[in-house]
Design a protein around this ligand. Structure first.
Ligand code: PGA
Length: 262
């Protein structure tokens, strides 16, 4: 079980990951990429798009030969079997996916996914050579009650239990109250949460590995707030929902995503 080799070395760099959620057919995905690619040519951040299952192969075909990586938004924890309606990592890979979002807030809160299930999915993705992006985040009420750190630590510890140090994975911190609400965490709030997540990674894997894991911020990211967010020491990129749906908006985010240390 060793994590995705097909993305090469994905240690800390700068990443802009789009999450299309349940938007865009296969045909729309190809048209989107045709429009996006010239606008992001030579861009500094690595670009990744998590698209609906049925759009993976057309998006991967349209992105072939470019630096844009295509991935999925979810998958089964099982390798294969009698699981009607589920989809396996190997199927995603063959369709052209190189990574997969796991434990997105909508999976946890709308579809009842638990830390235990998400953990099994992380292990499965690594075994089947898809790069997992483990999504974590606290709800507004847990933050107000002072439990944000406890929730993040638990989601990280349970999600990454038994993951070998040499595996490649990303973590995306997405406060649930910031997703799709227009309420972004301030850069300072985001940095504090990211520094805390990195400390938790250190507790799990030790200092060296913790310093290498890319940590993304997600929740109402737009072209006018991305630069301040990625300037923060522990923020290595962003996960973008709503603003990734329009090629021009997404390209503006990519082109504003620059790591100038404050
Ligand atoms: P948003 O979504 O950018 O629309 O807030 C982020 C996400 O759900 O990953």
């Amino acid at each position: 079980m060793l994590g995705s080799k097909n993305l090469g070395s994905m240690n800390r760099d700068l990443f802009v990951v789009g999450n299309w959620k349940m938007y865009k057919t296969a045909r729309e995905a190809a048209a989107y990429l045709e429009e996006l690619l010239p606008m992001v040519e030579g861009a500094r951040p690595k670009i990744m798009l998590a698209v609906p299952y049925t759009s993976i192969s057309s998006a991967a075909k349209a992105a072939k030969g470019t630096e844009v990586w295509i991935g999925a938004q979810n998958m089964s924890d099982a390798k294969e079997g009698a699981f009607t309606g589920e989809i396996a990592a190997l199927m995603l890979k063959e369709a052209g996916a190189s990574f997969v979002l796991l434990g997105h807030s909508e999976r946890r809160h709308t579809f009842g996914e638990t830390n235990e299930l998400i953990h099994r999915k992380v292990i499965r993705a690594l075994q089947d050579d898809l790069l997992p992006i483990l999504c974590i985040g606290e709800t507004a009420s847990l933050r107000e009650a002072g439990h944000a750190e406890q929730v993040l630590r638990e989601q990280l510890k349970k999600g990454l239990e038994g993951v070998p140090e040499e595996s490649q994975f990303f973590v995306a911190y997405e406060p649930v109250w910031a997703i799709g609400t227009g309420k972004t965490a301030t850069p300072k709030m985001a940095q504090d949460a990211h520094a805390f997540c990195r400390d938790c990674l250190e507790e799990i894997f030790g200092k060296k590995k913790a310093a290498q894991v890319p940590l993304l911020y997600g929740g109402s990211v737009k072209s006018d707030n991305v630069a301040e967010l990625v300037k923060q020491k522990d923020i290595d990129g962003v996960l973008v929902g709503g603003a990734s749906l329009e090629p021009t908006h997404f390209a503006a985010i990519v082109n504003h995503c620059k790591k100038e240390k404050s």
